[in-house]
Design a protein around this ligand. Structure first.
Ligand code: WTA
Length: 643
């Protein structure tokens, strides 16, 4: 078949061959309990569980390994000390290539995590408390996650690019009384005022959600304000005192991570300890075919789920070496990623298609001038990859001898769900491939009827898996509504998907009101709420449109309050406004003023029409006769063309 790229041959230590995949996948469906209890042996348990999955999707109640207990920090760090204490756990590559890089062995990481856990305890953090981490990509970020896990606190990492407004919502949302941050972050030539943003966020909080303690890591040495009694320098409160790992039930919460959905504010997705750990450990092991001693680099920020599962937990649960990169792909120049690979002899590299597309555009010399011969395997995540970018990644970066794993998954799934395994499956550029063990995808039409064989439909998962999110923090009804109500009894992913005649899955993108900008999930509703907060804005509708580099861009239709006038200055002001409300990742690409939005007679905005107009595709607007004001469409098109 033309679009098939043959997998390389494995070696004797390959974790999964084609035959093994078939047998293991079959077994994982036929006897999930036995399969997942065996996989649980990847971890050290205080009490080994006697059962694996106990779950129902109707009513929605999910538990795994419920009578087992363990500590995740012990599994990620302490248990490696006896035999592998001198193995490097993290390699830190700073923002500037001229600053020194740093590597920490498991023994050194252990000391750092103990110090961090003692610092948290000194602020009063105890088991079950929510701790917000708002950190640059430095070792202390991962150490703070592990320190929370060590003492049974629940971490909620907020991406350092979010604004004080967005941050405040996430602190309030999980009633987090403790924060870990740094003075400033560095991204290319920019300094990110992390501590100032924390101060601004706290000032926005309701008086009923006090923040009791802020732990501050000195990173850049930039000037910041410290509030007596509330703010503590890390080095002042850290100590080397003995700090044992707290035994946790498998179903005790591990972390909350906020993510965008099709409606309302971001949701605090909750993951628990045992099942998530098995999932992170097993997917890392099989998908990347990780071999001891290899250097693994996932370029995601720990503020996203990819950073949770594949910068911190997956690699460390496997005793691996993980690179933490503070900088950006284009600083000081477009060869930075390839420099990092060359400098640290990276064997496995995992990044987003948006970065691949942006770097591809800069030409091959940036890549070919570096020695990338250490690379063995490449991976992508976060959005569909177009075959052209896939080919470039495969041929120019991987020199046609590194398999590519295109991993489809979500914040809610905890880890990989659909991906080829590097030595088990041939690859098809643009297809994520086959389901991971235990994953049972189902394509359904819009009425929920299952589609067999080669088909195109809505992607659901019919059976629970250990890494599945258990709930939305504090709002189980919202969890049910968001994921189990569209197609009752099934987990609905929000993605459209095609399955081909070979059983390969091709993710076609979101079918709900979520857009994917540079691999980051964005709720169109969030951008709309930000816009209508502006005093001059009356109504807003936001849609995604295809963007060469970012995958999707953000297109906003805005109607103004009576008497307000459109202007270039107002456009600029509104773009700035959204950046301030959410963060730079939400900056609108295009803003079109309009006298009205296309609505049905019952007042529902017809987004289908707005999407088509944003895409510059006027031929297929479909039926517009149900619109309250059909003439509006022509005015919208005219506005689009004159934009
Ligand atoms: C999209 C990121 C195509 C998808 C791990 C999903 C992908 C959303 C892929 C989740 C892929 C992720 N191919 N699309 N390999 N991986 N997506 O929660 O739309 O930030 O629903 O998790 O990203 O984004 P999230």
């Amino acid at each position: 078949m033309r679009d098939l790229v043959q997998r390389p041959e494995g070696t004797a230590s390959t974790h999964c061959t084609a035959e093994q995949y078939d047998a293991m996948y079959r077994q994982s469906l036929a006897n999930p309990d036995a399969f997942w209890l065996e996989q649980a042996q990847r971890l050290d348990w205080s009490t080994f569980p006697t059962k694996a999955g106990e779950w129902s999707f109707d009513p929605v109640d999910i538990a795994w390994y419920s009578d087992g207990s363990l500590n995740l920090c012990h599994n990620a760090v302490d248990r490696h000390l006896a035999d592998n204490g001198d193995t490097v756990a993290f390699i830190f590559e700073p923002d500037s290539p001229d600053s020194p890089s740093r590597s920490l062995t498991y023994r050194e990481l252990h000391s750092e995590v103990v110090r961090m856990a003692n610092a948290l305890k000194a602020m009063g953090v105890t088991k079950g408390d929510r701790v917000t981490l708002y950190m640059p990509m430095i070792v202390e970020g991962a150490a703070a996650m592990l320190a929370c896990a060590r003492i049974g606190a629940i971490h909620s990492v907020v991406f350092g690019g979010f604004s004080p407004e967005a941050l405040a919502g996430r602190i309030e949302g999980c009633e987090s009384r403790f924060i870990v941050t740094a003075d400033e972050g560095l991204r290319g030539t920019k300094r990110v005022p992390l501590k100032d943003n924390i101060d601004a966020a706290i000032a926005l909080l309701d008086a009923n959600s006090p923040v009791d303690g802020v732990l501050v890591i000195r990173h850049t040495g930039g000037k910041i304000a410290m509030q007596d009694g509330r703010d503590h320098w890390y080095t002042d409160v850290a100590s080397d005192a003995d700090c044992p790992c707290v035994e946790m039930h498998a179903e005790d919460p591990l972390f909350i991570l906020y993510t965008s959905g099709s409606t309302g504010k971001p949701k605090g997705v909750l993951h628990t300890t045992g099942g998530y750990a098995v999932w992170a450990a097993a997917t890392f092991y099989y998908t990347f075919d990780y071999q001891p001693g290899e250097v693994f680099w996932c370029s995601a920020d720990i503020g996203w789920v990819t950073g949770h599962s594949y910068v911190t937990y997956g690699p460390l649960l496997n005793g691996g070496t993980s690179v933490i990169f503070e900088g950006v792909p284009n600083y000081p120049d477009h060869g930075r990623f390839w420099d990092v690979i060359d400098r640290h002899k990276v064997n496995i590299f995992y990044t987003a298609p948006t970065a691949i597309r942006a770097l591809m555009r800069e030409g091959n010399d940036w890549v070919t001038s570096r020695d990338l011969s250490s690379l063995r395997l490449l991976g992508t995540v976060g959005e569909p990859i177009n075959p052209e970018a896939w080919r470039w990644y495969y041929e120019v970066v991987g020199k046609s001898n590194c398999p590519i794993v295109d991993t489809w998954w979500q914040t809610e799934t905890g880890g990989h769900m659909i991906t080829t395994l590097p030595y088990a499956h041939d690859m098809k550029p643009g297809s994520a491939g086959k389901p991971f063990f235990g994953v049972q995808p189902l394509l359904v039409d819009n009425e929920g009827n299952p589609l067999e064989g080669a088909a195109d439909g809505n992607l659901c998962i019919t059976h629970s898996w250990p890494g599945q999110a258990r709930t939305v923090y504090g709002d189980h009804d919202r969890f049910i509504e968001a994921y189990f109500s569209t197609f009752p009894g099934r987990y609905f992913t929000g993605d459209g998907c095609r399955r081909d005649e070979d059983g390969y899955y091709w993710i076609t993108g979101r079918v709900d009101d979520v857009i994917n900008v540079s691999g980051h999930r964005m709720g169109t509703a969030e951008v709309e709420s930000a816009l209508v907060l502006h005093p001059k804005v009356s109504e807003a509708a936001v849609v995604g449109f295809p963007h060469d580099i970012k995958g999707q861009g953000i297109y906003c239709y805005v109607t103004l309050m009576e008497g307000e006038n459109t202007s270039a200055a107002l456009t600029a002001e509104l773009r700035q406004w959204v950046r301030k409300e959410i963060g730079p990742i939400a900056t609108p690409d295009h803003l079109q003023f309009t006298s009205g939005l296309p609505k049905t007679r019952s007042g529902k905005i017809m987004r289908r029409i707005l999407r088509k107009i944003a895409e510059n595709d006027y031929g297929a607007l479909g039926d517009t006769s149900t619109l309250a004001d059909p003439s509006l469409v022509d005015r919208l098109i005219e506005g689009r063309q004159n934009r």
